[in-house]
Design a binder for this molecule. Structure first.
Ligand code: GL2
Length: 812
């Protein structure tokens, strides 16, 4: 029984049916039976919002008067995905709505599919934020998001002639029912201009003038908790011109100029940068970063002052500003600016308040993703912020040189400003009381390599919080049949927020053949569901009795989709050579987007699609081997894909994937990981036991050793492996339907294979073979699958949030 079912106004199926019918008829001016699915979706969305709004308002009222610490996640991405089903589940209507709709002759899934999936993120980083907001609300504590309301989300991916084609994602075209525009809470963000100093009442004052103002207008999206009365907020900022239209310019005949300022301002929240790893050296990106930092902090500060008689004293006891990767690192100088310039705090006190309020999570060690901005760009765009960064850096270096006079080289390395660039990670570390990585190995690499100089200075600041994902979305909602089976077997304690580790009770059933059969049945249904989707969308028939081996994630060299593709080529070669040999049927499924400017990754997508085409059209492989690339991977297709997986491919070059979160989503749906000892795979192995995971390849240490010695010789590996030679030659000899892949060949063979694809090839083939053989023993395979589900509780984002709460934000 959940809290909503206890109230007087509790929703019943009959009431739902009545209210829904009335709402549809009001909106569409049609009888329910004649209404379109679009109106049915809108009616359902409105009913949900009407029920959430009063609880949300009450939460805001309580947050204004109570003294609990509030957390604000600042992030350039929030990959929230579709929300309607989650709101319905959170309200406790998960049985009422589907049953009620069915009785009205309507299909729940069809209605849900009308929601445009908001793609306000690239991948793991943005999705993590969405899972964290979900968990915080479920655990009843106030954590809010602060980001950008991109007009265009991440591009939609189409595959045309085997290649990725990008199409704009105009997700707001038909409006978005879950946001509330708050124009009265708009604030001004200032760009450019110059800073003048003046003595005012005996104090040196900094005056920013001749700037270009841009209006930041907030849109709030409710974040509801599971079966409770918590509704937090995700605030997304939209950029607007301060004066909508330059009438003077228009009247003077400057028609273009009249709209120019409008479009320049709006461009700030126009597009999400489609590159998640890599340095975007563009002015617009810097504008975006300052935009949501400045707007978000202004509102938080304003509200705090209102609650505390106009003063910011005690701010850091009540507010945590969490910097999600370096994009919001300007929270540090912006908060200093507010304290010193606007609130008249002395520098030292302001600095103390800043460091105590800020905490920082790093999400990658790829050097190209550690943001740096050219000094002159920052100086021109954000003159006062740059001055403050300079002063932070000057004081920091002064302190370091005083404390460690013999560490000149190190003191240079840790500087925020060096070689004409502003190093955002350094700014974030120096300005925060906590720095954390997102898996044990990643945090170790941060301490020992990436940020080792900072670790030597501030060892107490460094933490690890291993990522987690929301089981409510990726298992309970996406795989309801599995959820029901588990609840029927061990009860529903594990479905309660923070209790997922109770899944451990399933271990008792690991060898229970009845339970195994039922689990196998659930998996089969999910595979059929995915096979149907593949047939409908790609016109490819896949055999649901084959092993579903799946790799879905952004396409990147370090994630090594290429290794998977080369292995498939090898398997196909074997099959062609021995068509009658024993073969365990297999379906390889890929999905993921490549950054539009990332040529290599796009070549990998092309290669996979070319291979898929060739294999799927060869009668020899029928029912034995198929390859599918599902276009436009997003949160919605992910929900269909994870439950159908049997093998979860997590094959990054060891040391490169900070954590990975797809690995956790697969695991809780019963897939067995086949992966390198990288990121959170290592912790998955620890929890599930080595019998229930397939690991292969170089360790992070081995990769680092090779790299310290200038890499390895890929040609040597190639010479010793004729199977691999054959595959590599096929990349360039035209056997792939005339297409050739010289860029890929050259990177691996001539340029020494930075990501160790050839080096790990043989051990990858071995582990693939072993997993296929093991699959034939249904009993032991199901056991592995059950052990994975039973031990996945620790990878709930509820656990991650509880750790942040205890170790980083220090909330009792
Ligand atoms: C990432 C990491 O690459 C990934 O390993 C990690 O799981 C997530 C969340 O911490 O963050 N960093 C990053 O920039 N993106 C990620 O997915 N896009």
């Amino acid at each position: 029984m959940n809290i909503f079912q206890e109230t007087e106004n509790k929703m019943t199926k009959e009431k739902f049916k009545r209210d829904f019918k009335k709402k549809v008829e009001e909106l569409s001016s049609e009888k329910l039976e004649n209404s379109t699915t679009k109106f049915q979706y809108e009616a359902l969305a409105q009913m949900v919002m009407e029920n959430i709004n009063p609880i949300w308002a009450e939460n805001r009222r309580l947050n204004r008067i109570n003294t609990d610490k509030q957390i604000y996640f600042f992030s350039i991405e929030f990959l929230i995905g579709r929300l309607l089903r989650l709101y319905i589940n959170n309200l406790g209507w998960e049985d009422i709505v589907p049953d009620g709709l069915e009785e009205l002759g309507l299909d729940y899934d069809n209605i849900l599919a009308c929601e445009h999936d908001p793609a306000l993120g690239n991948g793991g980083l943005g999705r993590l934020m969405a899972c964290f907001l979900d968990s915080a609300a479920a655990l009843d504590f106030p954590a809010h998001g602060n980001g950008i309301r991109y007009k265009y989300g991440l591009f939609q991916q189409k595959i045309v002639n085997h290649e990725q084609v990008e199409v704009a994602d105009n997700w707001l075209k038909h409006g978005y029912p879950f946001e509330i525009r708050q124009p009265e809470k708009s604030v001004v963000v200032k760009y450019g201009g110059n800073v003048r100093t003046e003595m005012v009442n005996g104090k040196l004052t900094f005056i920013h003038e001749n700037y270009e103002p841009v209006l930041a207008v907030p849109y709030d999206v409710p974040v509801s908790g599971y079966h409770n009365k918590t509704v937090n907020s995700l605030r997304l900022w939209d950029a607007q011109p301060v004066d909508d239209f330059d009438l003077n310019a228009f009247n003077e005949g400057h028609f273009l100029k009249a709209v120019q300022s409008k479009s320049q301002a709006e461009s700030i929240s126009q597009v999400l940068y489609p590159s998640d790893h890599g340095f975007e050296g563009q002015l617009l990106r810097l504008k975006q970063e300052y935009f949501f930092v400045c707007a978000g902090l202004k509102r938080i500060v304003r509200r705090y002052k209102k609650q505390h008689q106009g003063s910011l004293d005690g701010f850091s006891d009540k507010i945590c500003i969490h910097i999600n990767d370096t994009h919001p690192a300007m929270c540090v100088p912006e908060f200093m600016r507010i304290l010193v310039d606007e609130e008249n705090y002395g520098w030292d006190e302001a600095w103390d308040m800043t460091v105590k309020s800020m905490s920082f999570t790093n999400h990658t060690v790829l050097p190209e993703a550690l943001e740096k901005w050219p000094v002159d760009m920052m100086q021109n765009l954000l003159p006062r912020i740059y001055m403050i960064i300079e002063e932070i850096n000057r004081r920091f270096l002064e302190e370091m040189n005083g404390k460690y006079p013999n560490e000149e080289a190190r003191n240079y390395n840790i500087s925020i400003i060096k070689d004409g660039q502003v190093h955002m990670a350094h700014l974030a570390i120096i300005g925060s009381h906590s720095v954390n990585g997102v898996a044990e190995l990643h945090s170790k690499i941060l301490r020992e390599e990436t940020f080792k100089d900072f670790y030597a200075i501030y060892p107490e600041r460094f933490h690890n919080v291993t990522n987690g994902v929301s089981q409510r979305r990726f298992m309970m909602a996406a795989n309801q049949e599995l959820k029901n089976l588990i609840c029927d077997t061990i009860g529903d304690k594990w479905t309660q927020p923070g209790q997922m580790e109770a899944l451990k009770d399933l271990e008792k059933y690991a060898s229970d053949s009845d339970f195994q059969k039922q689990l196998q049945g659930v998996k089969y249904h999910n595979k059929e569901r995915l096979a149907k989707y593949i047939k409908e969308h790609l016109n490819v028939t896949v055999n649901p009795h084959s092993i579903f081996d799946i790799q879905v994630k952004r396409i990147h060299e370090y994630k090594r989709q290429l290794l998977n593709a080369l292995h498939i080529m090898h398997v196909y070669n074997q099959l062609c050579a021995n068509p009658n040999a024993d073969f365990v049927p297999k379906t390889y499924i890929f999905a993921g987007k490549a950054a539009p400017s990332y040529y290599f990754a796009k070549q990998v997508i092309k290669l996979i699609n070319v291979i898929a085409d060739k294999i799927n059209h060869d009668p020899l492989t029928k029912d034995k081997l198929s390859v599918v690339f599902i276009p436009n991977f997003n949160v919605s297709s992910a929900e269909l894909i994870y439950p159908a997986a049997e093998i979860s491919e997590q094959i990054s070059t060891a040391g490169k994937e900070a954590s990975g979160t797809g690995n956790m989503k697969f695991m809780m749906n019963g897939a067995v990981t086949l992966g390198t000892m990288d990121g959170a795979n290592i912790e998955i192995a620890e929890h599930v036991g080595m019998d229930n995971i397939y690991t292969f390849g170089l360790s992070a240490e081995e990769v680092a050793n090779y790299n310290h010695n200038g890499g390895y010789h890929s040609v040597d590996v190639l010479q010793q492996n004729p199977d691999l030679q054959k595959v590599m030659n096929q990349l360039i000899d035209g056997s792939l339907g005339g297409d050739t892949f010289h860029t890929i060949y050259d990177a691996l063979v001539l340029n020494n294979d930075t990501y160790f694809v050839l080096k790990d090839f043989a051990s990858y083939c071995d582990i693939q073979d072993q997993s296929s053989r093991d699959y034939l023993n249904h009993h032991s395979w199901q056991k592995k699958s059950i052990m994975n589900i039973a031990n996945s509780g620790i990878f709930s984002s509820d656990r991650s949030i509880a750790e942040y709460q205890k170790d980083i934000w220090k909330i009792k």
